[in-house]
Design a protein around this ligand. Structure first.
Ligand SMILES: [Zn+2]
Ligand SMILES: [Zn+2]
Length: 116
């Protein structure tokens, strides 16, 4: 079964940063891969910069709490056993382990230090 063959199923749009990109699969198993099963249902596409058939990019996923579609960017979501959008992480911060809390707090203080 190779119905997707690199053609886009639709457009993935992050609800937080509005990054958008066409995606070619949604689920835990990217097409044309043998042994890859992802930890979460996610939107992804074949890596356009790689000639290898099994290379793919994960674009984003749905927050397990609010079901917002968010990209995997560090400013938008975090994966801790499941995918959480950052607003939900912040809202439930005390329920996450210290390591995650520190990571999120660090993000807050180092916002948009774009070094070009
Ligand atoms: Zn985003
Ligand atoms: Zn959320």
């Amino acid at each position: 079964m190779d119905l997707s063959g690199g053609s886009a199923l639709g457009l993935f749009t992050c609800e937080l940063c509005e990054m958008s990109s066409p995606y070619s699969f949604y689920g835990q198993k990217p097409p044309n891969t043998r042994a890859i099963v992802l930890l979460e249902e996610c939107y992804g596409m074949k890596d356009p910069f790689s000639p290898e058939r099994e290379k793919f990019l994960v674009l984003g996923s749905k927050c397990c709490l609010c079901s917002k579609t968010v990209c995997v960017g560090m400013d938008c979501s975090l994966f801790y056993t499941k995918r959480f959008c950052l607003p939900c992480v912040r809202a439930h911060l005390h329920q996450f382990p210290e390591q995650v809390q520190n990571e999120v707090l660090r993000k807050k203080s180092v916002q948009k230090m774009s070094s070009s």
